[in-house]
Design a protein around this ligand. Structure first.
Ligand SMILES: [Zn+2]
Length: 430
């Protein structure tokens, strides 16, 4: 009953407020209708139009990264393969693909000077990730506290890698229905890994253990693997693929040789996008390349419009945090990032921010049916909502609208966004 009265109160406040800024009200209504669609497209992103048929994982299928390929090929040819290697570098640079191409090359029975043959029995099994000497560990999320190991998700993993590569950890977890849970390589995985590697290799020269995102290794699991990584039994290659090596246990890192993989060069990003999205125009591609900064996943998501919401969300969170901390350095950095978006996306971002403000304001009512957000937005708004209240919401909305108008009328964007950042700082603590 109380909640209902509250709700009426709140609704009348909202409609007053909406009358004042009618455009926003209109936006709320449209978004209410449109949102399920948006959520749907985000949720199904990995299986949506990113599906481009089966991928092969040979060196020739990897865009750019020539120096890394040469280094890997040379190490096989000179039979100088460190038994534990850490492929590290930014997201979307094809680290996992390089590790797989390397594993395939090392076990190919008919390799050439620059690639595996793709035809021998070993290559064929590697291509489907079904080689009996190829093992994987990757983050998963426990369901209902049942013990889980990667083997339970092998089918999904093979499908994801062979059909939906490249992908982020979040996309992978979404794919296995882990939703908002944090991904981890659990403690019991170490027994699985040790067991897999203790048997003699079935047919390959090397047993391969690929650990995707070793930064998600549970500490017990990581510790149990130290001896194995230091002195594997028989010819074994540990290939660790990390987005953030600084978060990998130091004792693991010190036992590996680092293979630094840089962000992809512009030319390769361009070719990747053009090959997978032949209808995209040069201008569209150049525009997303500026924002993606060498990250293939971001670039493709932007080009197909799917990653925009995530980027707008990140920018919204960033400016609100910087404003709360009153950090002029962070506000300047934020301004620079928004300026890189280009005018069309700047305007969409400002529209998105108005929706997030409305959602945050309404969330204070604690009636979930009134909110329409994705999982990650809901999580953020649960904490952020109370900062948006009747004292500041109208002022903030006015500023966002004004900024949007200025952007649409070609006012200098650096000025518009820095000014907006300062205004948000003034309002956020009210
Ligand atoms: Zn081969």
């Amino acid at each position: 009953m109380l909640a209902r009265e509250n709700s009426n109160d709140f609704n009348s406040q909202i409609s007053l407020f909406a009358k004042k800024i009618s455009k926003c009200h209109f936006l709320c209504l449209t978004l209410k209708v449109k949102l399920p669609e948006v959520v749907f497209s985000l949720k199904t992103w990995p299986l949506g139009n990113r599906q481009k048929g089966e991928k092969k994982m040979q060196f020739k299928d990897i865009y750019g990264q020539e120096a890394v390929k040469q280094r890997l090929i040379k190490s096989v040819q000179e039979n100088h393969m460190p038994h534990a290697q850490l492929f590290c570098g930014p997201q979307g640079a094809q680290k996992l693909a390089l590790a797989l191409a390397y594993a395939q090359y090392a076990n190919c029975t008919n390799r050439t000077g620059d690639d595996s043959c793709g035809e021998c029995p070993s290559c064929k099994k590697m291509a489907t990730l079904m080689h009996p000497d190829l093992h994987f560990a990757f983050p998963i999320a426990k369901q209902d506290s049942k013990p889980s190991v990667c083997a339970d998700y092998l089918k999904e993993w093979r499908e994801m890698v062979t059909h939906h590569y490249p992908f982020t950890q979040e996309q992978w977890l979404d794919q296995i229905g882990a939703g908002n849970k944090q991904g981890m390589i659990y403690a019991n995985e170490s027994d699985e890994i040790i067991r897999a590697l203790s048997s003699k290799s079935f047919e390959a020269a090397y047993k391969m253990m690929i650990i995707w995102l070793p930064e998600t290794l549970n500490i017990t699991c990581a510790n149990k693997l130290l001896k194995e990584i230091e002195e594997p039994q028989g010819p074994t290659l540990f290939l660790l693929v990390s987005n953030s090596p600084d978060n990998v246990l130091g004792t693991i890192v010190s036992r590996t040789q680092r293979i630094e993989i840089p962000a992809l060069d512009d030319e390769s990003v361009y070719r990747f996008l053009k090959d997978r999205n032949p209808v995209a125009t040069d201008e569209q591609i150049r525009e997303v390349m500026k924002v993606a900064k060498g990250n293939l996943i971001t670039a493709e998501g932007l080009l197909t419009g799917e990653a925009d919401s995530q980027i707008y969300f990140d920018l919204f969170v960033k400016v609100m945090r910087a404003a709360y901390q009153r950090s002029s350095i962070k506000l300047m950095e934020w301004t620079k990032e928004v300026v890189d978006l280009g005018r069309k996306r700047q305007s969409l971002f400002l529209e998105y921010s108005q929706r997030m403000l409305r959602e945050s304001f309404i969330s204070n009512l604690k009636i979930p049916e009134l909110n329409h957000m994705t999982d990650y937005e809901t999580k953020f708004v649960a904490k952020f909502g109370p900062f948006i209240n009747e004292r500041n919401v109208a002022g903030l909305m006015d500023e966002l609208e004004k900024a949007q108008r200025d952007i649409e009328q070609n006012v200098k964007d650096t000025m518009v966004f820095y000014d907006l950042a300062l205004k948000i700082t003034m309002f956020i603590k009210q």
